[in-house]
Design a protein around this ligand. Structure first.
Ligand SMILES: [Zn+2]
Length: 470
């Protein structure tokens, strides 16, 4: 007797798209079959005829709230919404705070997740302003313990204020961090903007009294992304350090990722589904700060360039940069200096990628799977346990119904009291989600519990670390 059969779906595997039956036992995919299997040999059967069957989504970029960020939603509501949206793994951050090391940051992250995890999860430790030698030297041991990615910011994203921790890492220290990451066999996530340009721009807008939030793209500019990406990729070349540029927002960013990958460097780019669908013109709408995520929305040409990058392979992943707050919190601040960043779209990521990519732009299903799951698994060291429908892999499977054709309303969504995707016309949406062999969502019903998610130790393959492998 087998546990589960997913029958007759259009299955996207690493070796192509086929009509297959997926056999699941003890949480794992045990075989893929084209034979007529006897239904009586299975405890449960999902009829997937007419459905698109893909690996469970992997969200590589989410900021989960905890006691120090009470305005942000925590792991429970966020991971539940992720499941409804077809995402079964979430990567959060573990932010260092002044006077404490990376292990302390990890303890805080574990407190947030433990007992609250509907999805599997892992964390990227963030080294913050002035990170000391002790913290930097922990990169090696942490990598061996399965924490395989670290993050830095090349700018503090806002003007100095008592409320805002300064996350800026200077290029001197960055060089040392890159050396440690390289030696350890991990990867460095970089929020890459030119600190001097960003803060000069803040000063200039303040002087000219253009302080409203809709000027955000004039602070966090294309040129700042251009200059900073080049500087980071050049330093990474000197230090032999693999880089993952989070939230590429500008055409210049896409171009620099393309240039460095063409030169053989292990550099990867991520963009966000709100960056791919909105522009800074949308900031001008009523309550248009709801669209804002740092660095900033850019123009139409940039948006087109992000899609080119996603379609052609220059950009590897589509993430959310989740910071989930209530509507009241999201629209509370109205200036470039304090507007609330973050995007509560973890539930819409796969449906929007399917609609915008596959339906509207003719993206292949393989590419859709790459940007929503496989590439994040490979780059972050979860592959092949995650990110692929293959015997031996975890049975994390999202069954998309391509016939769904409707406007999203808040009643469809499960996180917070607003969404920038309210009213968005979706074509294709997750119908059933299987997480380590268990049916966790079906037809809008949640069948899992917040103690089911597990922490995932990670190890990145040499292929990813040596050159641009996906
Ligand atoms: Zn972020």
């Amino acid at each position: 007797m087998h546990d589960l059969l997913i029958k007759g779906g259009t299955v996207v595997t690493a070796s192509g798209i086929k009509t297959l039956d997926i056999v699941v036992d003890d949480g794992l995919i045990t075989s893929l079959s084209t034979n007529d299997l006897n239904l009586e040999d299975f405890k449960e059967v999902i009829d997937a005829v007419g459905m698109i069957v893909v690996p469970g989504g992997i969200e590589p970029h989410a900021h989960i709230g905890g006691p120090r960020q009470p305005e942000r939603s925590g792991a429970g509501p966020v991971s539940m919404a992720a499941l409804f949206g077809g995402t079964t793994t979430v990567l959060d951050f573990a932010t260092q705070i002044p006077g404490h090391d990376l292990y302390h940051a990890l303890e805080e992250a574990e407190e947030r997740w433990s007992g609250n995890a509907y999805t599997d999860y892992a964390y990227h430790p963030i080294l913050t302003n002035g990170a000391d030698e002790d913290s930097i030297s922990q990169i090696n041991q942490l990598t061996r313990d399965g924490i395989a990615s670290f993050k830095i910011f090349t700018t503090s994203i806002r003007p100095p204020s008592p409320q805002m921790q300064n996350n800026h890492t200077d290029f001197g220290r960055l060089g040392t961090i890159m050396e440690r990451v390289s030696e350890a066999g991990s990867i460095l996530l970089v929020h890459s903007e030119d600190d001097e340009m960003v803060h000069y721009n803040y000063d200039r807008l303040k002087e000219s009294d253009e302080w409203e939030w809709w000027n955000m793209h004039r602070v966090h500019t294309n040129q700042s992304e251009d200059v900073s990406f080049r500087r980071v990729s050049r330093l990474s070349e000197l230090k032999n350090c693999p880089i993952y540029f989070v939230h590429v927002s500008a055409r210049e960013g896409v171009q620099e990722v393309a240039r460095s990958r063409a030169a053989g460097l292990p550099i990867y780019g991520e963009t966000l589904h709100n960056y791919a669908c909105f522009t800074y013109e949308d900031y001008r709408n009523k309550d248009g700060m709801k669209y804002h995520t740092y660095p900033s929305l850019k123009g139409e040409e940039d948006r087109d360039s992000l899609w080119d990058g996603l379609m052609e392979g220059t950009l590897s992943t589509l993430a959310t940069d989740l910071v989930s707050t209530t509507w009241e919190e999201k629209i509370k601040f109205k200036t470039v200096a304090d507007v609330t960043g973050g995007h509560n779209g973890i539930e819409t990521r796969m449906g929007v990628a399917y609609t915008e990519g596959v339906v509207k732009r003719g993206m292949s299903l393989e590419r859709f799977v790459d940007i929503t799951s496989t590439n994040a698994a490979k780059i972050m060291g979860l592959y092949p346990r995650k990110g692929v429908i293959s015997p031996g892999s975890d049975a994390d499977i999202t069954i998309m119904d391509p016939s769904v054709d409707k406007e999203l309303s808040l009643a469809d969504l499960h996180l917070e009291d607003y969404s920038i995707w309210e009213g968005y016309k979706i074509k294709g949406w997750p119908k059933t989600v299987v997480h380590r062999g268990k049916i966790v969502v079906t037809d809008g019903e949640l069948l899992s519990k917040p103690s089911y998610g597990e922490f995932l130790p990670r190890c990145i393959s040499g292929e990813i670390l040596r050159g641009p492998a996906c």
